[in-house]
Ligand binder design. Structure first.
Ligand code: ZN
Length: 371
């Protein structure tokens, strides 16, 4: 008999691999934070003696979900300025509120509240973007959650930093601080093409290469964002990011509501990942990401709730349901986003250097580099 920390047996176990299987009366053997085996419960009790041996009758055990786009601390801004379009919501309400209220304490408390909500809903990992990322990372780690903490960059001064240099300097310090934390990774998080100018983007590109971390950004969220970029820069936001060298396997592009066919091809070619946030897009009246076309192109597609202020919850099960129903309604095809078909015919593309443990449509997760 092998002595281990934990043996969890359940009426059903849904593993990451093999995909699409439900194992009846199985057990998971865990030792020192790692899964040693997934095996029939009857065999498990012959093979392992566990300090913590639990049988979960009538339960399903499944991998933790990954919320691939959050502003966790904004759980404290839930319900603020509902029913407004993005630009007005952001510029007239959220940014002024952040200027007035955001502090290290608010981020710590807000992130802890978000972690509690996400853990209750089966989320064990999230990809965050907010001010005071050091506080967000600390809160996630203390809650036992894995997180990729966004090192935020915007052009304008905030309570976190005064200019691009300071955002980047503080960001790299935060990266160093979590270097040895087994639960926390970092990504650069330039807020959006409309809030970050070319020079900081160029530095983000260089630093992301040097530190070997992803770049997490809102892109093509609204029609006006695209039109304004054409007016101000003579090119669409995605083309601008491409010109600045940011379209590559590091890119985690959030929203991607307004896309042309050539842009989808380019995203697939450069192995970028896209995060679909259907409820945020619906709440702010922005439209919807063409998920079927992205999946057909083989693009790695993940799901996120966005911040609680633009959702108004952090429920990834609800997000899955909305994503499925929305795709069926938009395409007029009830078969679309059918997990069974997806399991048989599609394998999401995972960039070789992917750090994020992304959630795919089958409820399975792709292993990240940290494990
Ligand atoms: Zn967002």
């Amino acid at each position: 008999m092998e002595r281990i920390d934990t043996l969890l047996s359940a009426s059903w176990v849904i593993p990451v691999e093999p995909a699409g299987q439900v194992l009846a009366e199985h057990a998971i053997a865990v030792h020192r934070g790692r899964i040693l085996a997934v095996l029939p419960s009857s065999e498990a009790h012959d093979r392992y003696a566990a300090d913590n041996d639990r049988h979960l009758a009538g339960h399903v055990l499944l991998p933790g979900l990954v919320n691939a786009h959050t502003h966790a601390a904004m759980s404290l801004f839930r319900g603020m300025a509902d029913d407004l379009p993005l630009e007005e919501w952001l510029k007239d309400h959220i940014w002024p509120a952040e200027q007035r209220w955001v502090s290290d304490t608010l981020v710590r408390d807000g992130t802890r509240l978000a972690c509690a909500e996400m853990l209750r809903g089966g989320v064990t990992c999230f990809n965050d973007m907010y001010f005071y990322p050091d506080e967000a990372g600390k809160a996630a780690s203390e809650c036992g959650m894995r997180a990729t903490i966004g090192l935020i960059v915007v052009d304008f001064p905030t309570v976190w930093a005064g200019d691009a240099d300071e955002y980047l300097a503080k960001g790299t310090q935060v990266h160093d601080r979590f270097r040895d934390d087994p639960l926390i990774r970092t990504a650069f998080a330039p807020h959006a093409p409309y809030s970050v100018s070319d020079a900081p983007f160029a530095r983000v590109r260089t630093l992301a290469d040097e530190l070997d971390i992803p770049v997490h950004i809102h892109v093509h969220e609204t029609a006006s964002e695209v039109a304004d970029s054409v007016r101000d820069h003579g090119e669409r936001p995605l083309a601008r990011l491409d010109r600045l060298g940011l379209l590559n396997h590091r890119l985690v592009a959030v929203h991607m509501v307004h896309l042309e066919e050539a842009e989808i091809e380019r995203l697939a070619q450069c192995a970028a990942s896209v995060v679909h946030c259907p409820e945020s897009n619906l709440k702010l009246g922005n439209g919807f990401c063409p998920t079927e076309q992205l999946r057909d192109a083989g693009i790695n597609l993940a799901l996120g709730t966005d911040g609680a202020a633009s959702n108004n919850d952090l429920d990834l099960h609800g997000e899955m349901r909305t994503a499925a129903l929305l795709a069926k309604g938009v395409t007029g095809n009830a078969v679309t986003v059918n997990p069974n078909i997806a399991a048989q015919t599609r394998k999401p593309v995972v960039p070789p250097d992917a750090y994020l443990k992304c959630h795919d449509w089958n409820g399975h997760t792709h292993q990240d580099r940290k494990n």
